[in-house]
Design a protein around this ligand. Structure first.
Ligand SMILES: [Zn+2]
Length: 265
């Protein structure tokens, strides 16, 4: 895997730490979701798993805005995020339960679980093509978001955004580490990363396409002992959670493909 590759390239602990530090320091900006790379990797993995029918339907919609791809559209929803859509990118669970309760967790329909369900419905309707394309843009993004564990975390720390910590010697927050830090640390371009992660999928079959399941899984990861580091992210945390992060990307790609394949049968 990429991290091991990094270790082989930089066998000394000091050199490894220096590499990891320098990459993390370069990526400490606050972000809203999987960074660009995470969303693109998910879209690329999904694209490669589309049935011929789904691929044709997706291509037909993409042609409404020539030059766009599933990957290039995957961050559109963050670029067009405003007050009216901000809450559609996440869902909050209480600290003591990862069992989704619509009344409690999404009573107004303003959460990522409801947003995914709604956009699936639109995509399967006979709405005009520009609305179908918008549904596709939202779907490719929100299915990614719901798999970022901290998009199904807790309100009291805004999904880790207010959980301040040090990454080696630099200040950051836990949400930023999961959005982009762990991914950027692998130092791979999206295409080779997507191709490498496809190899993980056979050990991780994903057949349940329900966004509720994805949200509950994310919440359970956030609830794992040690997920919240003791205000310090260093190599042990990175080594432990990089494979967890990679499996979330794989699951998101597989589910996005599954959803599109079932909409465009
Ligand atoms: Zn988002």
């Amino acid at each position: 895997m990429g991290f091991r590759k990094t270790i082989q390239l930089f066998p000394g602990l000091v050199a490894r730490a220096a590499l990891v530090t320098s990459i993390f320091v370069a990526t400490l900006s606050v972000a809203y979701a999987w960074g660009t790379q995470g969303h693109q990797v998910i879209a690329l993995m999904a694209q490669s798993r589309l049935t011929p029918q789904a691929r044709a339907a997706v291509d037909r919609l993409l042609a409404v805005e020539p030059g766009e791809t599933l990957a290039s559209l995957s961050t559109w929803a963050d670029e067009h995020r405003d007050q009216s859509t901000a809450s559609l990118h996440f869902v909050n669970f209480p600290r003591n339960s990862c069992v989704y309760d619509e009344q409690r967790d999404c009573s107004d329909g303003r959460c990522v679980v409801a947003a995914i369900k709604k956009e699936i419905e639109v995509l399967g309707s006979n709405a005009p093509d520009d609305r179908l394309l918008t549904a596709l843009k939202y779907l490719v993004h929100f299915v990614g978001d719901v798999h970022q564990p901290l998009h199904a975390g807790h309100l009291d720390d805004k999904g880790g955004n207010t959980y301040q910590l040090q990454v080696f010697t630099k200040g950051s927050n836990l949400h930023a580490v999961w959005d982009a830090g762990l991914i950027k640390n692998l130092n791979e371009e999206p295409e080779p990363m997507a191709a490498r992660l496809q190899g993980l999928r056979s050990t991780f079959p994903v057949t349940d396409l329900d966004p509720v399941t994805a949200a509950q899984e994310s919440c359970m990861i956030v609830s794992m002992p040690g997920f919240y580091p003791n205000r310090l992210v260093e190599l042990p945390y990175i080594e432990k959670y990089t494979p967890v992060m990679e499996r979330r990307l794989v699951a998101a790609g597989a589910r996005l493909a599954g959803i599109l394949n079932s909409v465009f049968k």
